[in-house]
Structure formats: structure tokens, C-alpha cells
Design a protein around this ligand. Sequence first.
Ligand code: 5AD
Ligand code: SF4
Length: 473
Amino acid sequence: MRTEITKEELDIQRRWMAETAERSAALPAKPLAFVDTYGCQQNEADSEKLRGMLREMGYGFTETEAEADVIVLNTCAIREHAEMRILGNVGALTHTKKAKPGQIICLCGCMVQRPGMAEKIKRSYPIVDIVFGPHAVWRFPELLSRRLQQKKRLFATEPSEGAVAEGLPEYRQDGPKAWLSIMYGCNNFCSYCIVPYVRGRERSREAKYVLEDARKLALAGYKDITLLGQNVNSYGKDLEGPDFADLLRMVCDVPGDFLVRFMTSHPKDAGERLFRAMAESEKAARHIHLPFQAGSNRILAAMNRRYTREEYLAKVALARSYMPDVVLTSDVIVGFPGETEEDFADTLSLVEKVGFDSLFTFEYSRRPGTPAAEMENQIPKAEAQKRFDALTALQNRISGEKHAAYVGTTQKVLVDGFTGDERGPLNARTNGGRLVHLMGDKSLLGQYVEVEITDSTTWSLYGKLKEGGNQGA
Ligand code: 5AD
Ligand code: SF4
């Protein structure tokens, strides 16, 4: 059952926010917060909400731990390596807190929702004041207020199927790009993945709220909107309303000069309706991130992915038949339990066959509580590393070739960053999301410009502004 947090419950949080805002205003200087985000875009979107709530509570922002009155680490649980890094960083905060007594340290996100983790933090990390999982983000004002009033440490990591909270304040990152969450949670239970256990069941936001947000973003001048969900193709299955393909059309129909992308699609649900909607919507970016995870049918079955290699390849061919120029990116795991040399050869051959524009390659990480963690034949680290290197080398060659094919073409790109790099101080993105380095000054930030692609590397493109190629803001 899909649960929506009621207006009354959210009003209570608003009252907590007002109370903390009063407390902040009475301080000699504006209190400062530092929100540090690990992991995926869903976490980035949650952090924008946390920043929004902090801003309403009278906080300013800093990027240094030492200055912060409140530190929030929004954590990730997808791989063990990420968790080790986060716990190392938490340990290091002992010194920061010593130098600034009264500093409040909050840990939230997927890692703390993992069974046993809250107890571990309670025991081993006494400097942490507040611990709350992804289901309790909307209750952050209450947790922070309570901690400001009393010394007691607070933990809000009860297991939950999850709910939908509408109308929380948001403080978005600078720049022309915006995240727009359309659904939360995942029902797929891929056998290696911890996400369904920590983010709860799939729940969709009602289309009217998504469209309201899209209109606001367009009016505010955002030029690149990414619809977010763990599995966006499942959007709407729990509601009576549009499915994902229809929602995409509706968002693209919102007036304004912007592109719409989405992350992430599961191949089992991505199909003709979606590809047609993309092809028929001018504002839908020609980019699909379609994780395949493995090239061998035996491993795909053990992963509980519910498609075969042949079905995946057929979907790619179908997508390309609708959009010949579509940019395809993907995720893949090497070293899944029981993966033989032959299975891995199937992964290499799938990568070669598809020719992805780029690929996120991960070494399998054993996540306690998932079925794959209990499987026999866990692959030794050295072997997984060897496969990782071989796959990276192959993909680097393919990405290099894909990028080289852009040289000499003209692209409309969105300028979205400034690095100051000598060969191209501006960063921009093509419609399909490829990175272009560009000569030019900061005044072009946030604008679409026409560029000629002059050079390429494995990872990016270099471009030159075309005469009169400035398309305006
Ligand atoms: N080990 C390695 N990679 C993983 N991913 C998810 N769980 C694991 C795991 N246990 C990868 C998948 C997914 C991406 C976000 O992270 O490829 O698509
Ligand atoms: Fe994890 Fe699979 Fe759900 Fe993606 S679809 S979040 S990999 S369980």
C-alpha cells in the first residue's frame, strides 16, 4: 500500500522548522551547515531537501567541516568500499568536534538503514548525534530541533516500506541542471543489490506534483531536467494515471527551453512505448542509461535480472531503430559469484556488440543480507580486478572511437561548468550527455551554444564556438 505523509504530519515538521529558525535568529552569528553527499542522484535529490529544510531553519552553508555547526553525511550502501570511506570520514570528525564543541553530526541515507548499522554507530561512533534513514528525511526538522533542546542521541532507522512526502522545501544545486524525483524505492531485488532493503518498495509521485515541479523548474530557467527513480519504467504502476512513457511526454510538453533525461531504466521494462515517446518528443534527450550488469544468461539469471542477453540486445536494436543517434550508457558488474572466464567473455562480447558510449564498471561487492552474499564461488579480488581491467581497456577503446566520430560535427551543447582548464575552461554537454571542453568565458554558463567538435579523447570532446553560435539563455 502506498502511503502519503499527511498534510498534518508535514505541518508539525513546519512548526519544528519555525522553532529552530527562531533559535537560529537569536544567535550572534548565522549558524552554518555542511551537507556532504555520497552515492547516487537520488541521494543528491534528498540532500537538496535537507539543505532546503536547513535553510528554512535559519542555517547558512559552508563546505568545510571545521566551520559547520551541523554536519550531515548523506551516505551510500551500494558497495562496501563506499561504506568504509564514509566510516573513515566519520572517525576523522572526532577531531573536528573536539575543536568545536556543540557541533551536531548527523548520518543519514542508505548506509544507516542497513540492518545492524545503527547499532554499530551507537556503539562505536559516539560523536554521531543523529542517525536517520531515507524514510525519515522528512522528519529531519523534528530530529534536529530535539537534539538542539537536549543532549540525547537520536536514531530513526526503523524498517519501513517507505512513503511519499510532498511539499518539502528544496535548495537546488547551482547551475542549469535539476533533478526531479518521480518515484522512490525498488521492487526488483536483483540478488546482489542492497537498495530494495534500504529504500523500500516502489512508490510513485502523483503526476500532478511531478508536473507542478517541472513547470516551476522550467520557469526558473533550468535547461536540463533529469527524472529520477531507481527504476523509472515502473513509474505509475502503483497509481491510476500515466505510465512512464506518458509522463515523459507530459513533462516534455511543459513550455520552456529544456531537455528531459531520466535515470535509471531497467531493461525488462524499457520497450517500444518508451522509445516511441522519446523519439516523438523533441525535448527528450537522446540518451538512455540502460544497465545490463552481465553478458551471460547464466549470470543474469543468478542476478535475478529477468531478461536474457538476447532480449537486451533486441531492446538496444529497437531503441536504435527509433533513434539512430541515441547515446547508450550502462552499468556492469564483474566478479559476480560463480562468474567463469566464459561468462566474462560473454560480457566482453556484449560490450563489443552494443558499442556503448560509456560504461560504469563495478567490481562485485558482497552486501550482507542479499542473496548473492550467500552464494558459493565468491570470486577472489585479484581475479575480479583482472576482469575489471580487461573490461575497462575494451570500453576505453570503444569510447575513444565513439568520441572520435564526433570530430568535425556541429553540436548544440549546454554550458554547465567552469574548470579553468587551459585547453577548454568551460564544460558543456551534448544532447546525449557527452562532455565537451570549450574555450570561452563564464558569461556562457547556463546557455545553449553551437560548437564544432575539433578533437576528442577517451573520456571527452573538445569544441570551438561557431560564429554566431550563441543561442541565448
Ligand atoms: N556490487 C557491485 N556493484 C553493484 N551495483 C549495485 N549493487 C552492487 C554490488 N553489490 C551497481 C549496479 C547498479 C549500480 C548503481 O551499482 O551496476 O546498476
Ligand atoms: Fe538494485 Fe536492481 Fe533495484 Fe537497480 S533494479 S536498485 S540494481 S535491485
